[in-house]
Ligand binder design. Sequence first.
Ligand SMILES: Nc1nc2c(ncn2[C@@H]2O[C@H](COP(=O)(O)OP(=O)(O)OP(=O)(O)O)[C@@H](O)[C@H]2O)c(=O)[nH]1
Ligand SMILES: Nc1nc2c(ncn2[C@@H]2O[C@H](COP(=O)(O)OP(=O)(O)OP(=O)(O)O)[C@@H](O)[C@H]2O)c(=O)[nH]1
Ligand SMILES: [Mg+2]
Ligand SMILES: [Mg+2]
Lengths: 292, 283
Amino acid sequence: SLGKKLSEAVRKLVRAPLVDEKAVKEFIIELQRALLEADTNVELVLELSKRIEKRAMEVELPPGITRREYVLKMVYEELTSILGKRSEPIRLKPGQSNVIMLVGIQGSGKTTTAGKLAKYFKKRGVKTALVCTDTFRLGAYEQLKQLAQQIEVPFYGEPATKDAVKIAKNGINFFKEEKIEAIIIDTAGRHKEEKSLFEEMISLSKEIKPQEIILVIDGSLGQQAYIQAKAFAEATNIGSIIVTKLDGSGRGGGALSAVAATGAPIKFIGMGEKIDDLESFDPPSFLSRLLG
Amino acid sequence: KTITERKVDDALWELKLQLIGSDVSVIVADKISEEVKKNLVGVKIGLLENINEIVKNSLRKAVEDVLRVNINEKIDLISEIKNKKNKPYIIALVGVNGVGKTLTAAKIAFLLKNKGLNCILAASDTFRAGSIEQLEKHANNLNIKVIKQGYGSDAAAVAYDAVNYARARNIDAVIIDTAGRVQTDKNLMEEVKKIIRVVEPDLKIFVGDALTGNDMLRQAEEFNNNLGLDGAILTKVDADIKGGAALSISYITKKPILFIGVGGEYKDLEEFNVEKFIEMLMP
Ligand SMILES: Nc1nc2c(ncn2[C@@H]2O[C@H](COP(=O)(O)OP(=O)(O)OP(=O)(O)O)[C@@H](O)[C@H]2O)c(=O)[nH]1
Ligand SMILES: Nc1nc2c(ncn2[C@@H]2O[C@H](COP(=O)(O)OP(=O)(O)OP(=O)(O)O)[C@@H](O)[C@H]2O)c(=O)[nH]1
Ligand SMILES: [Mg+2]
Ligand SMILES: [Mg+2]
């Protein structure tokens, strides 16, 4: 589904019997506006709309398709080529301890998502544990511990230790002994200007070699999404993205930009504050939200 | 020569994209641009004058006008607190999830202490895991009292308790930390309205994350419509932001931004500097 203005622009476009350059231009402007209002990165919007405009001007339509269907199909194709057609699962190697590490900007929802992910795995019969390596934020240990207790999942943390790598290693060794299959590591929030925190993240990644590093992105993140995500991906190997707070009114263009910047697929979305509020990523519904 | 609509549109297009790329909401960028266009189309200028320069200067002035509320209605928090006869001066922090309300509450307490004022904290986030312990630890670091009840207790009751506690001891200020909430949740907005109704704060502050995109407009508008905001605080400004969030907040609330958060330490609270933000938005 498309927003009112964009739908109207498509209607105007397809009422023209031949390719009406003016109608195409108007449509492209409405598309750009919809994507920008959804927080999609400006450069990405210009790049996408240039490609779509060029294709929309093609006089030869594929057989058996109306211009309206063609234009809509084109928009969805371009966006889907960034997002992927369907959600991919987190790959857990059976019979071993899989370390999953959550990283992201301050307040994006990592700790809450760690709890949600642990419950998701536990429900599917995966022996799961949570480790707190956030040594900076006050109450981080208590927050994750309470979530772990809520879902009855084993928890490890060292409230007095300041060395995040040490806690991570100790937690992983402890849970390997316990034959835990998925060890979820929650880390402190950080952004690309905080060089020493980025060094810590690189250290964590090198020392504990996670199976998957997940970048947690706030669904209302704006134009800084692309460059922040790029910085995370250049520092560590980001395997996937989780977009949070999509129960709010953020349109998710920042997350789309983060996917474009990192090449990492979105695997889950957070749809609320409760520990059950985690859903598998569904590209079509994400796109319909994006386009308004 | 005359400034034509076509020439203004062309000049505005690039400038608008620059504002949007700096996180000014598209709606705000459009509204400001429309004003500029209205004032310029049909105006006669000299043959040698550069239309793009004129449009840019006009847009700059329009941005300054939106941010002017931060100069004209600047709030001197310390004076406001010192001048209030019937203590305590009550501050409430509201906003969506994860923007930095709790840390900002602690930063404000730190500031007040340094200015010789005493204050207490109210743990009105009775929902989120670890929220009470988080605020307690801040209170401990700052050597100030925190009023709290258990998880699941009534948020307005905690705030009310805190105000009574402060009133009985002639404490200068109460800083109420509330739970994060999406402004689209009717029940949660009713909860925060109740907190405000029960304690009648002197200062209702919207806390916004400077990294937020177009949603900043929706958040600020909804909180403003429901509570009547007195001001705002913009956090995570240290994350190399371009400043558009400040323009969106000023535009929709018409209230001043008191402070900006520039880091994770107590000292990382600065006064909002209008010139600095205009320079960021329109270099
Ligand atoms: N409405 C909503 N709130 C969420 C969602 N995910 C997380 N939150 C809330 O967002 C706020 C921040 O979540 P945290 O898990 O503390 O974020 P964080 O990334 O761990 O924060 P730092 O550790 O400080 O970087 C909390 O109030 C959470 O309850 C979501 O999907 N929807
Ligand atoms: N770098 C930086 N981090 C900040 C700033 N303000 C807050 N933070 C961080 O943002 C994260 C969230 O801060 P909180 O104070 O817990 O946010 P909150 O609004 O109370 O969150 P909820 O109560 O869960 O809605 C923490 O990691 C803070 O350290 C800031 O100005 N700069
Ligand atoms: Mg956390
Ligand atoms: Mg809080």
